[in-house]
Design a protein around this ligand. Structure first.
Ligand code: ZN
Length: 277
């Protein structure tokens, strides 16, 4: 983009922002009206409660991580209610605008579901039931490891600059790429004991709820957004829509569940894209 294009783009965003401010004012008034009306009728405003299901967020920081995976305009509409549940009504409103977003589609499905999901992107550990041993264990998140094998080998090399150049070419020929590879645990979905069939796994939640954790230890904000896409809109969404949510499916083989891999790939990509705005 050149400077003129950028200026146009910025003006477009400013207009967009102004439009959203109006929109938000509208919904704020709407919400206030409903609150007032409910107060008169003595009913609750919240569309969600622990009985009704939906997504309960651990804290504001976790909410921000979840929002960072969504389209920027949707972020400004979606709210938490007083019980820390994502407000289903606000999700529906955002969905009307962003119904082409696969992340929004998944979020809408999950928030409308009767089952309760606990979402935490700040906990450094979580408890689970080991399904084989039947005992409770605690998993501690660790920082992912990041290595660039190419640079590591090149740094170890002693020789003239010309020799080093040849060595670098040889490494590339061997398929060693000049990039950082990241290995680690980025998150998990735990399903309760009564939600294991027909896709049982090794780790079960210690509560009656579904639990989603995103690793906060040594991960970048973009990686956290990406793994919201992976865990919440990939694994959990698949189970909620009756599909096998396990990598490898029943066989456990690398290509055992291509549908899930496609979904996860698409949701991770969208999350990274959304994170950039
Ligand atoms: Zn996974």
């Amino acid at each position: 983009m050149n400077i003129i294009d950028w200026e146009k783009e910025i003006r477009r965003w400013e207009e967009e922002a102004r439009r959203w401010d109006k929109e938000i004012d509208f919904w704020r008034n709407e919400a206030k009206e409903i609150t007032d009306r409910s107060a008169v009728l003595g009913t609750s405003v919240s569309a969600n409660s622990t009985q009704n299901g939906g997504i309960r967020i651990a804290n504001q920081a976790s909410f921000n991580v979840l929002l960072s995976s969504l389209p920027a305009g949707a972020r400004r509409i979606i709210r938490m209610d007083n019980n820390n549940f994502i407000d289903a009504r606000s999700v529906n409103t955002a969905y009307l605008r962003y119904n082409r977003s696969g992340n929004m589609q998944a979020l809408r499905t999950i928030t409308a579901d009767k089952r309760t999901v606990y979402f935490d992107a700040t906990a450094t550990s979580y408890d689970y039931i080991n399904s084989e041993a039947g005992i409770v264990g605690r998993f501690h998140f660790r920082a992912p490891t990041r290595v660039n094998d190419f640079q590591k080998l090149l740094n170890l090399f002693t020789g003239t600059p010309e020799e080093k150049q040849l060595y670098a070419q040889e490494l590339i020929r061997q398929g060693i790429v000049d990039e950082v590879s990241v290995v680690g645990d980025f998150g998990v979905v735990l399903r309760p004991f009564n939600a294991q069939q027909p896709f049982p796994v090794g780790r079960i939640s210690t509560t009656d709820n579904f639990e989603v954790y995103i690793n906060p230890v040594g991960t970048t904000p973009m990686e956290r957004a990406k793994y919201v896409g992976h865990e919440l809109f990939g694994h959990l969404y698949f189970f909620f829509t009756g599909k096998d949510p396990r990598h490898g499916g029943a066989s456990g083989s690398l290509n055992g569940n291509p549908l899930l891999e496609q979904q996860i790939d698409a949701r991770e990509r969208e999350s990274i894209f959304n994170f950039g705005f």
